[in-house]
Design a protein around this ligand. Structure first.
Ligand code: GUN
Length: 286
């Protein structure tokens, strides 16, 4: 069993990014990311803080707009409009979830697709689904980069994904399909999840349920990607996989923490650089 070490891979990606960002900055384009945080959900605050720190490490200019949870939808839309027109901002990220009185879909659709570094705008979702160049959500793209770094072939494999969120499961299914895998996307109404995971060469799970994937649900030699993040009462962070019992059966497995999580941040930084490069190219009239 080999651990898929997202922590060291993301550190390497950040190092390479810092060099590239330095170069593009010398040409007068400093990548800029605007993060919008509504309310003070502790997990969201922690994620936004990690994203801002990571930007700083690689030389991306970042600004966090902290909004009260009482902000109206129209007020939030006007903040996005201003950022859409701000030439120093290449990427706009609205941290989810948003308060219930705000229509998240409407907010995500208001982001200029060229600045949609989260890849949540229907324009980018559609392009990903059609296997065209697009901004791809950071977590599933991080999973693909991790597999690639360990030279794990996806083409022709049977992949079971558990969890069909717009942020992780659905875009991951598109990426896996585009890479030539046969994909089963399991969700809350799936009658027998184990029937799919047991036959899969690669099992990916991200639903936020401790111990969901047990050893009997995974075949010998499978690759297991744990995208869950759960905080136990003890304060420990664990994924959705019963790691102690599942790991010995696998050929590769991601640890939590230190697997997919750090890759998500590194990929967001890459997406922001991609947006800045697009800005640079459009200035040249390409
Ligand atoms: N909330 C949980 N994951 C994410 C993410 O990847 N992007 C945003 N914007 N919000 C999230």
């Amino acid at each position: 069993m080999t651990l898929l070490d997202g922590k060291s891979l993301s550190a390497k990606i950040e190092k390479d990014l810092a060099v590239e960002i330095q170069k593009i900055s010398e040409k007068g384009i400093t990548p800029g990311l605007a993060v919008i945080l509504v309310g003070n959900d502790p997990a969201s605050c922690a994620y936004v803080g990690m994203k801002a720190k990571a930007c700083k490490r690689v030389g991306i200019y970042s600004v966090t707009h902290e909004m009260p949870s009482t902000i109206t939808q129209d007020e939030l839309l006007s903040v996005i409009d201003i950022l859409n027109h701000n030439p120093n901002i290449d990427g706009i990220l609205v941290q989810l979830p948003l308060p219930k009185h705000i229509d998240s879909e409407k907010i995500l659709e208001a982001i200029d697709p060229k600045k949609d570094v989260d890849g949540f705008h229907p324009f980018n979702i559609g392009r990903l689904s059609a296997n065209l160049d697009a901004f791809i959500p950071a977590t599933p793209l991080g999973v693909m980069r991790l597999l690639k770094a360990y030279e794990i072939e996806v083409s022709g494999k049977d992949v079971a994904i558990v969890g069909m969120s717009n942020i992780v499961g659905k875009p991951l299914a598109s990426l896996m399909l585009n890479a030539g895998a046969t994909v089963s996307l399991c969700h809350i109404l799936t009658r027998d999840v184990a029937a799919y995971t047991r036959n899969a060469d690669i099992v990916c799970v991200g639903v936020g349920k401790v111990g969901l994937i047990t050893a009997d649900m995974v075949k010998q030699g499978a690759i297991v990607i744990d995208i869950g993040i759960n905080r136990l009462d003890s304060g420990a962070i664990v994924g959705d996989v019963d790691f102690a019992n599942v790991a010995p059966k696998t050929s590769y497995i991601t640890p939590v923490p230190g697997g997919v999580g750090p890759m998500t941040i590194a990929t967001l930084l890459q997406n922001t650089l991609k947006a800045a490069k697009n800005r640079s190219d459009s200035r040249k009239g390409i």
